[in-house]
Design a protein around this ligand. Structure first.
Ligand code: VGL
Ligand code: ZN
Length: 258
């Protein structure tokens, strides 16, 4: 049996859930909850001291300001809530301090790194100030982030030989060098949808969202819950999202009304 609502036809099971939400709520906003397969995860990327003012070595402007919104998101019924941590050894390849002059300027210099398992595969990557070193204050999650509501903390970037912006894996493909276990965690929990927020919008949030889409999750980035190292790069990032089927949503646009 089916019943038409506002031009759409829904199965009875869907209708029962839809009528349980505010009757005036647009159908579009309650539809994800009406689909039995909808199981959302929240991934909060790298909300760590080193990415935030006032003392972070790689501070992203406004990085601390997103925490109240992140805490609101943590109050929502995501099936899994994950916080990730960039977690580097002191000799990490991305630190400018580990390279020789003159091509060792943090934020500026680009280097080529080869896949340690296959030298024919290479990546161009940016050098950074030392940041998020294991065991240091800079690697800690912000104390104002309500980690009591986080189910899993996923560390990444421990392999000194490779850069790893994505919370899923390093960028090498032939073969991949380092995986965090996040894909398995989400797949094992039968997650269907991944919502990404955190720092930085143009690096770790970006590659985490793109990898989430590659893993087959319907992926949304919560735009106002991110901040970029270089805001002028975001147009290009939005284009990448478009091509990958990643959507940018905002807290109050209905995308989180389930
Ligand atoms: C990040 C630069 C270097 C990030 C991590 O979390 O966006 N950016 N390492
Ligand atoms: Zn890093």
């Amino acid at each position: 049996m089916s019943q038409p609502i506002g031009g759409n036809t829904l199965r009875n099971g869907c209708l029962a859930i839809c009528t349980s939400c505010n009757a005036s709520t647009a159908l579009r906003t309650c539809l994800p909850a009406a689909m039995s397969s909808f199981k959302p995860a929240l991934v909060i990327v790298d909300v760590q001291e080193d990415f935030c003012p006032p003392n972070g070595s790689l501070a992203v402007q406004g990085g601390r300001d997103i925490v109240p919104l992140l805490n609101e998101l943590l109050d929502r019924p995501f099936a899994i809530k994950v916080a990730t941590k960039d977690f580097h050894p002191q000799d990490h390849v991305s630190f400018a301090s580990n390279h020789d002059a003159p091509n060792n300027k943090p934020f500026e210099s680009m280097i080529t790194i080869a896949n340690p398992l296959n030298p024919s595969e290479t990546q161009e990557t940016r050098l950074w100030p030392d940041h998020c070193i294991q065991g240091t204050k800079g690697a800690e999650l912000l104390p104002e982030l309500d980690v009591t509501k986080v189910h899993e903390i996923v560390e990444k970037g421990q392999d000194t030989r490779v850069e790893m912006y994505s919370a899923f894996a390093d960028p090498f493909k032939r073969p991949c060098v380092s995986r965090s276990g996040l894909a398995k965690l989400l797949h094992d929990a039968e997650i269907t949808d991944v919502f990404v927020a955190g720092l930085a919008a143009d690096y770790c949030v970006r590659y985490t969202a793109l990898d989430a889409a590659k893993e087959g999750f319907k992926t949304r980035v919560i735009g106002e819950a991110t901040r970029a190292v270089d805001p002028s790069s975001m147009d290009a990032v939005l284009k990448e999202y478009d091509e990958a089927g990643v959507t940018v949503v905002e807290k109050d646009d209905g995308s989180l009304s389930w």
